[in-house]
Design a protein around this ligand. Sequence first.
Ligand code: ATP
Ligand code: MG
Ligand code: MG
Length: 379
Amino acid sequence: QPVLGILGGGQLARMLALAAAPLGVNTLVVDSAADACAGQVAPLRLADWTDYAALEKFAAEVDVVTFDFENVPAETAHWLAERVAVFPDPRALAVAQDRLAEKTLFRQCGLQTPAFEAVDTRADLDRALAAIGAPAILKTRRLGYDGKGQFRIKQLADADAAWAALGAQAAAHGLILEAFVPFERELSVLAVRTREGDFRIWPLTQNWHTDGVLSLSLAPAPEVGALQQRAEDLARTLAERLGYVGVFALELFVKDGQLLGNEMAPRVHNSGHWTIEGAVASQFENHVRAVLGLPLGDTSAHGLSVMFNWIGDLPDAAPVLSTVDAHWHDYGKQPRPGRKVGHATVCAADAQSLALRVAAMAQALKRETQAEPGLSALS
Ligand code: ATP
Ligand code: MG
Ligand code: MG
């Protein structure tokens, strides 16, 4: 049986392993965190991402390497790629790790972005703010996730506070200032490309974030019209430019009906979790297929799906377990504020039945689900 090596042992690795099993593919997960990927997959423990002695053993035991974690140092990915097949290519990973390189590539591919400027010094920040204006968002170029490493500048006078928050990271990671986009909606494209260049996307997903963390996804996103084809063309151009193999997500803002690129994730993505129950082939299954050189599965949706993220701690499972066509995912993690500890997906054949199921379930959960905007999008 082929063995798929996964760098990073979070819930994405676990869901990849669960999708790999019926394909006859074994998985070996490596991580440096002691509490990584609680549950089914026991990760091989690394001292850190430069623990080459352990990585040497890992490389010898696997046929293909892929990522659960996008911030594996580029040098580690390159080192592995000299020993074993690594998908996506470490060069694609390097672009997606850097918000500046990523947005520059988006523009080269014809995808507009919010206005942005590189910021390395306090003087750069003033120059960038003068060019972009307020409101704006200062972000670290590297290593941010779930809204971490960001500061929202509401007015020009916030520059000192922004620098106090992130200036110390300017030297190591670089910063980027982006115009704040008062978008109409957020969409994501989940896309997959094989080694041979076969390319597919799932129906567009609409996403809602709370405090910078994804809280709810609805798929297929309602009333996207021509945006579906436009997003597919852009994602394909991007994938071909990067020689990308595997699944990736492209996060988009819709402003005045036009798409703007926010960022890409060079891996399976939280906004694609609905594909496990809501699509013919899930993002996890197609990622495994793509990186192992197998034909892709169908990316169409069965009906409609809503995914709730459980952030911080899990709610009572019973209301989800007793909802028709609802699916519970407990990642087996310790609760911690802001941490993604699980999700639930509710599926239905049409928007009306989905709205009824979700409303009943949300009420039974007796806690804030952030479902309201998604529910109004359904009606
Ligand atoms: P992720 O967990 O998706 O990797 P991240 O930390 O990389 O998150 P972003 O995707 O850059 O962060 O930002 C998180 C959210 O903050 C976005 O999905 C969006 O809702 C909001 N946001 C980010 N940048 C902008 C912007 N320029 N204008 C308006 N809203 C923004
Ligand atoms: Mg990100
Ligand atoms: Mg994001």
